[in-house]
Design a protein around this ligand. Structure first.
Ligand code: ZN
Length: 161
C-alpha cells in the first residue's frame, strides 16, 4: 500500500514536462526506495533544487538500493550517500564524466557512517555479484550497477587520489 502512495506522488510530479522547475519538490522527500534508503538521499534537492530524476532513473536507483546498498548496509551499518542521481547540470557542476552512470541513477558515491567500516565495505563490494564498477577514494567509493546488463565487475582501488 505504501508503495502505491509513492507511485502516485512520483507520477504527479514526473509526468510534467517541466519537472525540473518544480517548486514543491519537497514531496519527493517522502518516497522510500528500500527499507533504509529514501529517494531524497540521492537527489540533494536542498543544494540542487532542479535535480529531479526521471522515472527510469528512479527505477535504477531502486534496483541499486535493493541489490547493493541494502546488502552492504546489513554488513557495515548505515551508509551515507555523498552523491547519487545527477542531472546534466549537476553532473557538469561536480565535474562528473560525460557518460557518468550517475546521470541514469546507476551509481552512487558512498561512505559508511562509521569510517572504521570502510575496508569491510570495499571488500564486500569487490566481490559482490551485482557490482558493475567499484572505484575507491579515501574513505569513500563510487559504486555502480546496471539492471539491464551483466555486471562488469570493474574494480579500481585507489582510483580517486
Ligand atoms: Zn561516482
Amino acid at each position: 500500500m505504501k508503495e502505491n502512495i509513492n507511485d502516485v506522488r512520483l507520477s504527479k510530479h514526473l509526468a510534467s514536462p517541466n519537472e525540473a522547475t518544480l517548486s514543491h519538490s519537497s514531496e519527493l522527500d517522502g518516497v522510500r526506495l528500500s527499507p533504509h534508503f529514501k529517494l531524497s538521499e540521492f537527489l540533494k534537492l536542498e543544494k540542487y533544487p532542479a535535480n529531479v530524476p526521471t522515472m527510469q532513473a528512479v527505477a535504477n536507483l531502486t534496483y541499486g538500493c535493493h541489490q547493493i546498498l541494502e546488502p552492504a548496509r546489513l554488513l557495515v551499518g548505515p551508509i551515507i550517500i555523498n552523491s547519487g542521481f545527477r542531472n546534466e547540470a549537476v553532473n557538469r557542476k561536480v565535474g562528473g564524466v560525460k557518460n557518468s552512470q550517475h546521470l541514469t541513477g546507476q551509481a552512487a558515491d558512498i561512505r559508511p557512517k562509521d569510517p572504521r567500516q570502510f575496508q569491510q565495505l570495499v571488500d564486500f563490494l569487490k566481490s559482490w555479484e551485482y557490482t558493475d564498477q567499484l572505484l575507491t577514494g579515501s574513505g569513500w567509493l563510487h559504486i555502480s550497477w546496471n539492471p539491464l546488463a551483466p555486471p562488469r565487475h570493474f574494480v579500481r582501488i585507489g582510483y580517486y587520489k
